[in-house]
Design a protein around this ligand. Structure first.
Ligand SMILES: [Zn+2]
Length: 137
């Protein structure tokens, strides 16, 4: 059996990464692909991509128009749902470990007063699921 060297390990990781996305190759551009890849010059040239890969991801002040390119996809499968729908789907899971407060107290408990806490309370109430959250007020 061949020895797993760092070079072979890197090659295996690269192959595995390509295999993960192989099924999406024929799908075309979607959502943020347009500004991040399709219309970004850094994604169409090896030299520009290398420059982007080794430059800071977040632009410093005054460089907001810098071309950003990172092959990163963020999935937000619950983004289009109402809070009550999210709670219903998550019922039975450890929802007490989720956090949504804008102003937690010194013990990192939900404040119970901000608009996110209000949305959270309403989501549990409308879903008919007991709220396991420990609120400060
Ligand atoms: Zn809060």
């Amino acid at each position: 059996m061949p020895q797993l060297t760092a070079r072979r390990a890197a090659l295996l990781v690269a192959i595995a990464a390509c295999l993960v996305y192989a099924g999406a190759v024929g799908n075309g551009w979607a959502l943020d692909d347009h500004p991040v890849i399709e219309r970004n010059p850094a994604a169409h040239s090896v030299a520009a991509a290398l420059d982007a890969a080794f430059s800071p991801y977040w632009p410093s002040e005054g460089e907001l128009s810098a071309g950003l390119y990172r092959p990163l996809t963020v999935l937000t499968p619950l983004a289009g749902l109402e809070k009550a729908d999210v709670v219903r789907r998550g019922a039975g899971l450890a929802l007490d470990l989720t956090f949504s407060c804008l102003a937690p107290d010194e013990r990192f408990r939900h404040c119970g007063a901000c608009n996110k806490c209000e949305e959270r309370r309403r989501g549990f109430r409308e879903a008919g699921v007991a709220d396991p959250t420990e609120y400060a007020s």
